[in-house]
Design a protein around this ligand. Structure first.
Ligand SMILES: NC(=O)C1=CN([C@@H]2O[C@H](COP(=O)(O)OP(=O)(O)OC[C@H]3O[C@@H](n4cnc5c(N)ncnc54)[C@H](OP(=O)(O)O)[C@@H]3O)[C@@H](O)[C@H]2O)C=CC1
Ligand SMILES: CC(=O)N[C@@H](CCC(=O)OP(=O)(O)O)C(=O)O
Length: 334
């Protein structure tokens, strides 16, 4: 199957391009950037020299001519673009009959009001919000396999939902909101230069208190209230979440362990039991590492992912695999 990547010069786009180029049943048909991009005409390997020989692929401008080229050449279109750009681009490719995998948050929420509150724009294609399958690979595989539009899950939500859904599904969560403290590396903020994400400026600081757009995403797909605080840390890639859970009275450690068994056979989920996960353990890896420790009715769950792999390109590839009827870890594990 032929894959086109829009936004291929960005961090998640380049990561996805490298996965597609190495995949046994996919061809990287073309890579695009915006029509005005300073990078148009360059090779992807000029920007990412680690991919010299693999991604000597030109970055093409997304012009009107490009749309007809894509119509004639692609099976799958991956949008590795900003939310608003993805909202605008997806319908055009859907109307060509392409399957669209959107790595942005443009189609992850069901309510237009949430887009106004948390994304700061009025959604222009609300009719597609209920058609998009939420691309959380381990939990929504049937819908992902069938849908034309896949809204690949957000990075922080991917770690949080895999850590919490087993407990929610087993009915172990008490009514209180779950508290999620998360730290992300700087690639989470994208490749475009900004003072706030300049390497010399970043130390460790929280941001987005009470109003980060991943709060409604986690709540919508978990079915439970959360208090989510992201932090920006001074390392390139990876997300670590420490999650404080109040369990219902008398929930035993055996019940908690049993709840996580729902993920035991998942090839890209590693259940660490009471061991401590780390960024080092997941950087450049396709996995979610999940661990937990319990004292009485208090449970601390820890989850770690690489934001560019399981949190973006890796999970997008899992969704593509599902759409092709392949095992979802194809091209991701060793
Ligand atoms: N970074 C991460 O950890 C994660 C990112 N995501 C999501 O993936 C998306 C991309 O993120 P990320 O890779 O970090 O972003 P980057 O800023 O690194 O890359 C954005 C890409 O989009 C291109 N682009 C910008 N405007 C347009 C346009 N109008 N048409 C076509 N291409 C365009 C840019 O190139 P140029 O400007 O030169 O045209 C660049 O290639 C975002 O929606 C983000 O939320 C999801 C999960 C994790
Ligand atoms: C460190 C940092 O800035 N992270 C980004 C989240 C990463 C991302 O791009 O968000 P999605 O997963 O929703 O696409 C942020 O907080 O907005």
């Amino acid at each position: 199957m032929k894959v086109v990547i829009i936004g291929a010069s960005g961090y998640s786009g380049a990561e996805l391009a490298s996965l597609v180029a190495k995949h046994p049943q996919l061809t990287l048909a073309a890579c695009y950037v915006s029509e005005q991009s300073l990078d148009k005409g360059k090779l992807l390997s000029d920007l990412y020299p680690e991919h010299l020989g693999l991604l000597d692929t030109p970055l093409l401008p997304l012009s009107e001519r490009a749309y007809s080229d894509i119509e004639n050449s692609a099976d799958f279109v991956c949008l590795c673009t900003d939310h608003k750009v993805s909202v605008d681009l997806a319908p055009r490719f859907l109307s060509m009959g392409k399957k669209v995998f959107d790595l942005s948050g443009g189609y992850r929420l069901s309510s237009n009001e949430d887009y106004q509150t948390y994304y700061g724009f009025e959604h222009q294609h609300t009719e597609l919000l209920n058609e998009a399958a939420y691309g959380l690979a381990e939990w929504n595989s049937e819908a992902i396999a069938k849908a034309q539009l896949i809204a690949v899950a957000g990075c922080y939500p991917t770690a949080a939902l895999n850590a919490l859904k087993p407990l929610q599904q087993a009915g172990l969560l008490a009514e209180q909101p779950v508290i999620i403290n998360a730290v992300s590396g700087v690639t989470g903020a994208g490749r475009k230069a900004s003072v706030g994400t300049h390497f010399c400026e970043v130390s460790l600081a929280p941001y987005g208190l009470f109003n980060h757009r991943h709060s409604p995403e986690i709540e919508q797909h978990l079915g439970h209230k959360v208090l989510f605080t992201p932090h920006l840390g001074n390392f390139p890639r990876g997300i670590l979440e420490t999650i404080y859970v109040q369990l219902k009275a008398d929930v035993t450690s055996e019940q908690v362990t049993q709840a996580y068994q729902v993920l035991a056979d998942e090839p890209l989920i590693r259940l660490l039991g009471s061991k401590i996960p780390s960024i080092k353990g997941v950087a450049k890896q396709p996995y979610v590492d999940i661990a937990w420790q319990q004292q009485g009715s208090q449970l601390i769950v820890m989850a770690a992912i690489d934001n560019l792999l399981k949190g973006a390109a890796g999970q997008a590839l899992q969704c593509i695999n599902l759409a092709m009827g392949l095992p979802h870890s194809t091209g991701l594990k060793g």
